[in-house]
Design a binder for this molecule. Structure first.
Ligand code: T3D
Length: 259
């Protein structure tokens, strides 16, 4: 059903692969919409407890397909973003399951923003990040101005956005932009194992952690404390909470089901 992405669910993980390798998986309108749809389906599908986003071939994603906007005509950039990119980025946060970016190669422009919109970033040692917008006279979009300063701090974010310089996987790890770096030859297996492990954890609590922490970034301490109390009310009534406590008392490993 999808043309620009692949989507496969197994062992609790939906692996979404950006699949235009000859164009470094650059975004087209269709790809924006297919990613948005795949995330919505993953949210609805109870068997999915983690989403792993990666790229086919050498790149993760090179941002907007510049071939689509290089025709010389006027491009309505604002409309372009509002119609295609913004709903896609919002869907990353609306999806209350962990989303892991497996950054296999270069992530540039909106491709970097999408990696930043994921909850966890794993990088191959061959991965790199380019805040490429400035290189073509544009401003970081697709949440780049929101996520980048929150993840690496304002000073580093401004430097990366203003210079458009390439950041290696090792440097990305050093500045906290990625969570782990793995050797290129075992990267896909390592990333899948990481996602599968996440898929065995209490999925509803994880969704609530994601929602509460993201909300907390834009709320006062008092508002956050109130939201934590609300979220805990939900988490505390899940089967996984009961199982966690029972397993602890019985001195055995918990068997979480995501309910
Ligand atoms: O309308 C709007 O634009 C608003 C929305 C904006 C969102 C954005 O994402 S703006 C930013 C768009 N992206 C870029 O500006 C990045 C452009 N690409 C690059 O800077 C470099 O290609 C990379 C840093 C990503 C990788 O460099 P390198 O040296 O490893 O590879 P390369 O040789 O430059 O590219 C490899 C191939 O991918 C090449 O094709 P070819 O010559 O082998 O047939 C290249 O043309 C293609 N490619 C790379 N990026 C794009 C692309 N094709 C179309 N669109 C791309 N963005």
């Amino acid at each position: 059903m999808y043309e620009t992405i692949l989507c496969e669910v197994s062992e609790g993980v939906a692996v979404v692969t950006l699949n235009r390798p000859d164009k470094f998986n650059a975004f087209t309108e269709r790809m924006n919409k297919e990613i948005t749809d795949a995330l919505k389906q993953a949210q609805k599908d109870e068997s999915v407890r983690c989403i792993l986003l990666t790229g086919a071939g050498r790149a993760f994603n090179a941002g907007q397909d510049l071939g689509d906007v290089a025709g010389g005509g006027e491009v309505d950039f604002g409309g372009f973003l509002r119609d295609r990119y913004n709903p896609m980025i919002l869907q990353f946060q609306k999806t209350e399951k962990p989303i892991v970016a497996a950054v296999n190669g270069v992530a540039a422009g909106a491709g970097m923003s999408v990696a930043l919109a994921c909850d966890i970033r794993l990088a191959s040692e061959k991965a790199s990040f380019v805040n490429a917008f400035v290189n073509i006279g544009l401003v970081p979009d697709s949440g780049g101005c929101y996520f980048l300063p929150r993840i690496v701090g304002l000073g580093k974010a401004l430097e990366l956005a203003m210079t458009g310089e390439k950041v290696s996987a090792a440097e990305a790890l050093r500045i906290g932009m990625v969570n782990q770096v793995y050797p290129a030859d075992t990267f896909q297996e390592e990333a899948l194992a990481y996602a599968r492990k996440l898929a065995t954890l209490p999925t509803r609590a994880i969704g609530l952690i994601k929602r509460t922490m993201n909300k907390g970034l834009d709320m006062s301490l008092e508002e956050t404390l109130n939201y934590e109390a609300y979220a805990q009310g939900i988490a505390g009534s899940t089967e996984d909470h009961k199982e966690g406590v029972t397993a602890f008392m019985e001195k055995r490993a918990p068997r979480f089901t995501g309910r």
